[in-house]
Design a protein around this ligand. Structure first.
Ligand code: FMN
Length: 408
């Protein structure tokens, strides 16, 4: 096992020197001050509180409020989550308790980044500004504006109802900035045609950083016994927010798009489970990363693996500071029209590792270019003239590195 301590994992975010780039996002793992303290003791670089609001805006939670999609794999393997839907609301704890806890956490952990996530209505200037003053007086290092919760709150003109409207996003950011003395992060919703539009509105109105993404609006499924959509709350359901590995590609595109378009620091969120997920977000422009679902499933202890693996990546590439590789993959991105149309690759199947399952042959026959045929030995043969290098065989092959593309 590598020693993460030998590598400098610190990174500067909105002027705050974080010990490492790993932050707990605003969610159940940051549901109380006590939990945040435990996470800091375990080694997390920062935490965003569960979203706080004025007591008058709190709604009781329902049960159940989660539903998940899992990939079973082989029947003898444990099921593995690829997506989690939640219909949980913001905190249900009184604001004065939270304010006291923020002060306590900062006294005990002055070097860890503590962000207060806040929410009020799109027309409630006084409400936003009171929250700002209270959280900064309590000792929060930064504020995160929840413009992005996709369920429950939008019906009250909050959360995603703000983030989906660039004008309201700008207006609220401006209200906040006019009274804030600490950095302000605007948290974006992916449930919009182009996430760069509200991000730009927030930055123009003075946001110091953008965090992306909050959950993706979904219905996780329908129970075929009761015929009720999930989660089933005593015979009724409603759409919720999707998180976990399934949303990582959506989040990566959001982070890359914002990073390419705007001169602003980005906190990357969405489906991060491993150190390599975190590295990908940073390569596409994030300065740090936030995690929720992975911690809900594996606990605060995953921070050790995250830090060790991340340090290993830095050592392997000779990076001494995270700043050296923030956005390093962005120059690879271009418009589709600029991609190389001249050079081609074709399929190659490794006979030694092929398990003769026919999956690539069937997919190529029924959804590809009929370039793969299985002989009597059931090992697929590639017709070089028919293969267009689409890579469907690589995607469906159950064996790592058995089907691959090579120069045509
Ligand atoms: C059960 C649950 C509750 C959440 N509550 C909040 C919240 O109060 N405020 C907020 O900004 N985001 C909330 N989120 C969204 C997460 O902070 C995060 O943006 C999202 O889950 C994507 O990250 P992940 O894939 O690592 O979970 C919640 C997510 C879950 C799963």
């Amino acid at each position: 096992m590598r020693m993460a301590t030998q590598t400098n994992l610190s990174v500067r975010f909105c002027g705050f020197e974080m010990a490492n780039p790993f932050i707990l996002s605003s969610a159940p793992p940051t549901g109380t001050g006590e939990m945040i303290k435990q996470a800091f003791e375990a080694g997390w670089g920062g935490a965003v509180t569960k979203t706080l609001a004025h007591d008058r805006d709190l709604l009781a939670n329902v049960t159940p409020r989660l539903a998940s999609l899992s990939f079973a794999g082989r029947s003898d393997e444990a099921k593995k989550l690829y997506g989690l839907e939640n219909i949980e609301l913001i905190t249900d704890r009184p604001l004065d308790i939270w304010l006291k806890e923020i002060g306590d956490i900062k006294t005990q952990f002055p070097r860890q980044l503590l962000v207060a996530s806040i929410m009020a209505g799109g027309n409630d200037r006084v409400g936003w500004q009171e929250l700002v003053r209270m959280c900064q007086n309590a000792g929060a290092d930064m504020l995160e504006l929840n413009f992005s919760c996709p369920h429950g709150m939008p019906e009250k003109g909050m959360g995603m109802a703000i983030g989906q409207d660039p004008e309201v996003t700008a207006r609220v950011t401006d209200w906040v900035k006019s009274v804030s003395t600490i950095p302000v992060i605007a948290k974006m919703t992916p449930n919009i045609a182009d996430i760069r539009v509200p991000a730009k509105a927030a930055v123009k109105a003075g946001a110091d950083a953008i965090s992306a993404i909050n959950t993706v609006a979904v219905i996780a499924g329908v129970d075929l016994e009761t015929l009720a959509p999930l989660p089933n709350v005593f015979g009724k359901s409603t759409h919720g927010g999707y998180s976990g590995p399934a949303i990582k590609p959506i989040a990566l595109k959001a982070v890359a798009g914002i990073s390419l378009d705007l001169q602003v620091q980005v906190s990357g969120i969405g489906g991060i489970e491993t150190w390599s997920d975190a590295v990908e977000f940073i390569l596409l422009g994030a300065t740090n990363v936030q995690l929720c679902t992975a911690v809900m499933f594996h606990g605060f202890g995953i921070i050790e693996e995250l830090k060790d693996g991340f340090a290993g990546f830095m050592e392997d590439h000779g990076f001494t500071r995270i700043e050296e590789f923030i956005g390093k993959s962005l120059p690879f991105l271009t418009d589709h029209i600029n991609l190389d149309r001249e050079r081609k690759m074709i399929s190659q199947i490794d006979e030694a590792t092929c398990v003769k399952c026919d999956r690539c042959v069937i997919s190529c026959r029924d959804a590809g270019y009929q370039a793969l045929t299985a002989g009597p030995d059931r090992i697929p043969k590639v017709d070089r003239n028919r293969c267009t290098g689409c890579s469907l065989c690589v995607q469906v092959c159950p064996v790592w590195d058995c089907a691959k593309l090579v120069a045509a």
